[in-house]
Write a protein that binds this ligand. Structure first.
Ligand code: 26A
Length: 347
């Protein structure tokens, strides 16, 4: 185990192995998936993984939204700056995820759950869109007791920054609140991502419980719209929605910042109780340079966090986020450079 002297960020989420295929129009139709969505697999969708293996060339990539973000943060920061918490099975997939994190210098603080496989995510690419269909497996068995194990507790005590994948709120409320309250009690920085429209849509109560502790909330346009609907805001205006999230009740002293990305359009920033919102133009990416958007939002979040951790202004941090998001879009899967995370390609 590394020492925690240099540790800056602890992230928590669902560690997943991504099974990515291209030209997946027929898969979307067969499994009733939308082109740019993220869902938990229902019973009819559970055969998708086998279907992909049997009918497509599958690229296996290390995934899990918050894990992708943590790797992106580590990509920017000096060695041994990041650690990641989540639950995996006792299997080869977990080993592959661990190795991918090792290669990036992200410390894996996994809880290993016996008898349940490591989670997987079908990533179906159509054009520039990605549809994510997840079987959480062991990730969903995460138990709050893991936060009290010596290595994990030491990392949490050492880290000044925390990042939670909003996806984790479907099952890990107790652990999420524990991290959030630890941050509040120790005057540390807690942030989370809305992750997918179904999180604010169906888990609004859970979002509202962690929101008061968050100094930074990140989401995209469809997640913001889902939040607005769930909160009865009666608006589709992204700046208004961002401001409403920023102004939601707070338990902390520092003002909350909300960043809403909007694909290739400008990112919107709102600050709690501020009189105006801000926009940050995104750098133009030529269509020919786009491979797929899997993980782009995670890379954006990682760049922003890495910027803030390095003491940059929020404007500079958002720029770093845009650069990392753009870099990810040019690679297969949630990858920043052509080196590490593609585990294998089949056949
Ligand atoms: C609970 N769900 C649905 C999920 C996810 C998820 N990460 C955590 N929980 N569904 C998809 N992902 C990950 O999102 C990344 C792209 O942003 C995928 O593993 C993919 O790498």
């Amino acid at each position: 185990m590394m020492g925690n002297e240099t540790l800056k960020l602890v992230a928590m989420g669902n560690p997943l192995l991504d099974m990515q295929v291209r030209d997946g129009e027929a898969v979307l139709e067969k499994y009733n998936l939308k082109p740019n969505d993220a869902v938990l697999a229902n019973e009819q969708q559970l055969s998708i993984y086998q279907h992909l293996v049997e009918n497509y060339q599958v690229t296996y990539v290390a995934g899990g939204a918050a894990q992708n973000t943590a790797r992106a943060v580590q990509y920017v920061l000096p060695e041994n700056s990041t650690a990641y918490i989540g639950a995996v099975g006792k299997d080869d997939l977990a080993q592959q995820l661990r190795s991918a994190n090792d290669r990036e210098g992200l410390q894996s603080l996994y809880q290993v759950v016996d008898g349940t496989p490591t989670g997987s995510c079908a990533v179906v690419i159509t054009g520039h869109d990605r549809s994510l269909c997840t079987n959480l497996g062991a990730a969903e068995k995460f138990n709050v007791s893991h936060l009290e194990t010596p290595d994990v507790k030491a990392a949490i005590d050492a880290a000044p920054y925390f990042y939670l994948g909003g996806f984790f709120l479907t099952h890990g409320m107790e652990s999420a609140l524990k991290l959030a309250k630890h941050a509040k009690d120790n005057d540390k920085f807690f942030s989370f991502n809305l992750s997918a429209p179904f999180i604010p849509q169906f888990f609004k109560g859970q979002v509202d419980q962690v929101l008061p502790y968050a100094q930074l909330v990140i989401g995209n346009e469809s997640e913001a719209e889902a939040y607005a609907q769930a909160a009865n805001l009666n608006t589709k205006d992204l700046a208004e929605i961002a401001q409403a999230i920023a102004n939601a009740p707070s338990e902390i002293q520092k003002p909350r910042t909300v960043l809403i990305t909007h694909g290739s359009q400008a990112t919107i920033r709102a600050v709690q109780n501020a009189s105006q919102t801000y926009t940050h133009e995104t750098p133009k990416i030529e269509s020919k340079d786009i491979v797929d958007s899997n993980g782009a939002g995670d890379a954006f979040a990682g760049g922003v966090l890495a910027g803030l951790i390095s003491g940059k202004s929020i404007e500079q941090a958002v720029d770093i986020g845009h650069r990392l998001g753009g870099m990810c879009i040019g690679q297969v899967g949630p990858v920043l450079k052509f080196r590490t995370l593609i585990l294998s390609t089949n056949p």
